[in-house]
Design a protein around this ligand. Structure first.
Ligand SMILES: *[C@@H]1O[C@H](CO)[C@@H](O)[C@H](O)[C@H]1NC(C)=O
Length: 815
């Protein structure tokens, strides 16, 4: 009975096939001869015999049937060619697909059989997968064999690249030997699940290039996905298998991934308009992609120098490093002590080689940290799939093969000695008392030394002012001043005699010019306007402060030029000018994506923290605003203009001035109204800047409907209604960053609260920005309607102090 049934169904299949021409199924009573083909039922794929180049070798391969430029995407007998045309492909019992040399009757290739079935057939599926199965069972898990488990150099959509722990099958790509020879070449591409999955390109067994690890969305630091991509990559991890799957979004687009004979992983897409295959991605893409080029704890940047130690790391072999031998990598500048170690965040990094990493399903960043802290050999952690928080990845050895990928990189938190903490989050809890005592003793000594040298310096300057009044020239002692002095002729040459073309803008006390020194260094020259008394004060102030300060988020003073009537300060040049010029410009603001903006916010915060705490002078800037934030070539922020800065000493925490200086829109109420200032005034200005950066709008001059709210008021209203994200500049709306955006807005509002005592210190603000955790509820910000500002701007009282307020403010507003 069974036999009859079987005979009938086979006959039926045969009838169907002969009626419709090409066949997608081969049974035990059929065969495919050289010259005949199998075609998938939708007509997309064709399987048949082909030859290469001049050789008479014949192979069985698979290609897209309707594409004129033939691309063989799979080869059955890549290692065992038929030497001539007499080949046949057939299915034999109990379940093999075999390729026979018809004249000799010998098999040159066969599919492996996993089990015995009654009625084996081979079928070419619409996905391009050639399968051997039982005629009555088309469930994929019951296939006897499938070509998708044995790819050659091409990955088709729907193919799993990875490992199946149950069957033991590993699926990977191997390049062809040459254009004419499909036999296995030197390069393989595989998904390596060791530690945490990443894609490796190997030459024999040596790793050439690494993509990943998988960060929950894509490969860390991998090439940017095209907006018009027609496929989606997915990483699947179960107890039984780990694989990477490419799913087509649009079936009308034909796209494949290939490893070529010279070791490149490429994506090729068929473009029907031009009737050609176009390469859309090619990896390795740049020299940084060379595996472990830079050694441990270094990152590779495509701009030279290629290898850079991470911040707070130094070359392990400094001599070798200067000889451009970077293989030894870098080490921490302060040793770890295990107890009390901290973690510092590094962003925009392609995560290190994950073969020594361990994945743990933990949902919050705080828990990742706590877990890593417990184990002294845990060197770093990162949170995968940040928005969903699906887990943490921990590294237990030196971190290697990292790259700077500002856009596609990830955050990694690296273990550091607690002594590195000072610059990031000072005065955080949990320090040992004796250390605190030691530190504060040192601080006292340093403060005394600095005050002493400041005193001497100011005295020298005052002497100089006296000399100047008497019309005398610069004494030789002046040349020994700590501030390097430039000759006037040098500056004139550099700025082309202050040519109008070189003018960059107006600074606090006069025009600013661009200049180029003889050896090519670019500088910015701030020239004190003659006969500006206030300008002279600010000029002095600036010298006093900035020559003492050094931080990567403060603009650097290179020197001064004081000759004849000229008083000038020379700074490093900032190619991207000031933040307001980019942020509030409709077209330029596209240069600032969310990551850049977040980086700018953090940079300003760190610069301020340094001024407030770490510089040991406790400086209040008093005129923070977007036009005083300069941007370097990488869009790193640098705080500038210390003309109005004030220094606090000893226990003083708040001061009162009768002369209110600053800029409306950035001034807190207690200062604008009562002239009270403290570090918390800067915190307020910082809060305003944060909201301006997030929204791309100015606090002053902001208008929204007719509700009379300024940006602060508007932000607060949205926040109260749980709609904070509506504040975000529409161009930035990337769901991936929503939680970071929400937190940033929240921190901005906390900083801009009405009462100074409610505002966080800068160290707390820095901490809140980079750490996830519950933030306190923000209270009403100071000056949240335009009307409020107007009222305080025109004081009704007629006393002298208030009159001064008005004049100063009016004068400064225009800047
Ligand atoms: C492989 O791809 C690279 C990069 O596009 C190319 O330079 C090289 O010639 C290709 N190799 C072969 C053998 O086609």
């Amino acid at each position: 009975m069974k036999t009859l049934q079987r005979g009938l169904s086979l006959a039926l299949l045969f009838v169907i096939q002969t009626t419709f021409g090409a066949t997608d199924i081969v049974t035990t009573i059929q065969m495919i001869r050289d010259g005949e083909t199998m075609v998938s039922s939708d007509g997309a794929f064709e399987l048949g015999f082909f030859g290469t180049g001049k050789s008479t070798n014949r192979y069985v391969g698979l290609w897209y049937r309707n594409i004129k430029v033939r691309r063989v995407v799979w080869v059955a007998n890549r290692e065992a060619p038929l030497t001539g045309p007499g080949g046949v492909l057939k299915v034999v019992e109990p379940g093999f697909l075999v390729l026979l040399n018809d004249t000799t009757g010998t098999a040159v290739w066969s599919s492996k059989k996993s089990r015995t079935v009654q009625n084996p057939i081979a079928q070419l599926l619409d996905s391009g997968n050639l399968v051997v199965r039982d005629a009555n069972d088309d469930r994929p898990e019951n296939f006897l064999w499938q070509s998708f488990d044995h790819p050659t150099d091409t990955r088709l959509p729907g193919m799993k690249l990875g490992r199946n722990y149950v069957t033991g099958i590993e699926t990977y790509l191997t390049s062809w030997k040459s254009d004419d020879d499909p036999s296995p070449g030197d390069f393989i591409t595989q998904l390596d699940p060791t530690g945490y999955p990443q894609v490796l390109l190997k030459k024999d067994t040596k790793i050439q290039f690494r993509l990943g690890p998988w960060n929950g969305f894509g490969f860390s630091g991998g090439p940017e996905e095209r907006k018009d991509a027609t496929y989606m990559l997915r990483l699947v991890m179960t107890e039984k298998e780990v694989y990477l799957l490419e799913e087509s979004i649009s079936t009308s687009v034909i796209t494949v991934a290939v490893v070529n004979q010279s070791g490149y992983v490429q994506r090729w897409t068929w473009v029907s308009a031009t009737q050609s295959w176009v390469m859309y991605a090619n990896l390795p893409a740049d020299s940084c992609d060379q595996y472990k080029l830079c050694g441990a704890y270094a990152t590779c940047t495509t701009a030279s120098p290629f290898c850079r130690c991470l911040d707070r790391f130094v070359p392990k072999d400094p001599e070798g490093w200067t000889r451009s031998d970077r293989s030894n990598g870098c080490i921490r500048r302060s040793n770890l002590s295990c107890q009390g170690d901290i973690f510092l965040k590094y962003s925009g990094i392609q995560l290190p080689d994950s073969r020594n990493s361990r994945y743990v399903k933990i949902s919050t960043l705080e828990d990742c940290k706590a877990e890593c802290l417990k184990d002294c050999s845990c060197m770093a952690y990162t949170q995968l799939d940040r928005s969903k928080g699906t887990g943490c990845l921990f590294w237990f050895e030196d971190l290697s093969d990292m790259k700077d990928r500002p856009k596609q990189g990830d955050d990694i938190y690296i273990r550091m000695s607690f002594s590195e903490e000072a610059e990031t989050v000072a005065n955080s809890k949990g320090r040992k008392t004796d250390i605190t005592v030691a530190t504060s003793l040192t601080s006292v000594v340093i403060i005394i030394l600095i005050s002493l040298s400041l005193f001497l310096y100011i005295r020298k300057r005052l002497n100089y002012q006296n000399l100047r009044r008497k019309g005398q020239h610069l004494g030789s002692s002046e040349k020994n001043s700590e501030l390097p002095l430039f000759g006037l002729s040098v500056i004139l040459r550099a700025t082309d005699h202050f040519s109008i073309d070189n003018k960059l803008g107006e600074g606090g006390f006069g025009p600013v010019y661009k200049g180029i020194l003889e050896h090519g260094q670019e500088i910015a020259v701030k020239r004190l306007s003659k006969d500006s008394m206030q300008g002279l004060d600010e000029f002095k102030n600036e010298i006093i402060f900035i020559s003492k300060l050094r931080h990567r988020n403060l603009v650097r003073l290179l020197g001064g030029c004081i000759q004849g009537d000229e008083n000038m300060l020379i700074y490093e040049y900032m190619p991207n000018k000031s933040l307001d010029m980019i942020l509030f410009d409709q077209t330029k603001n596209m240069l600032l994506d969310w990551q850049k903006r977040f980086n700018i916010i953090n940079g300003i915060a760190r610069g301020l923290l340094y001024l407030h705490q770490d510089s040991q002078l406790q400086i209040i800037h008093r005129d923070l605003k977007t036009s005083n934030i300069l941007l370097d070539s990488d869009m790193n922020p640098k705080i500038s203009d210390f003309g109005m800065a004030r220094c606090f000493q000893g226990t003083e925490t708040e001061a009162k001035t009768r002369r209110v200086v600053g800029t409306y829109g950035y001034m807190p109420p207690e200062y604008a109204i009562d002239g009270l200032f403290s570090t918390k005034s800067d915190v307020f200005s910082f809060g305003v800047i944060v909201l301006e950066i997030v929204s791309g709008m100015r606090n002053r001059g902001f208008s929204h409907n007719a509700d009379n709210l300024n940006l602060l008021g508007h932000a607060w209203t949205l926040y109260k209604e749980g709609r904070s994200l509506e504040l975000v500049d529409p161009g930035l709306a990337e769901p991936y960053y929503f939680s970071e955006m929400r937190r940033t807005i929240h921190v901005g509002l906390l900083c801009a609260q009405k009462k100074p005592e409610d505002r966080p210190s800068m160290s707390t603000a820095v901490f809140m920005l980079i750490n996830e955790g519950v933030l306190p509820e923000a209270k009403q910000p100071g000056f949240f309607t335009e009307r409020e500002v107007t009222v305080t701007q025109r004081p009704s009282s007629t006393n002298a102090a208030n009159a001064t307020n008005e004049i100063t403010i009016t004068m400064l507003e225009g800047r």
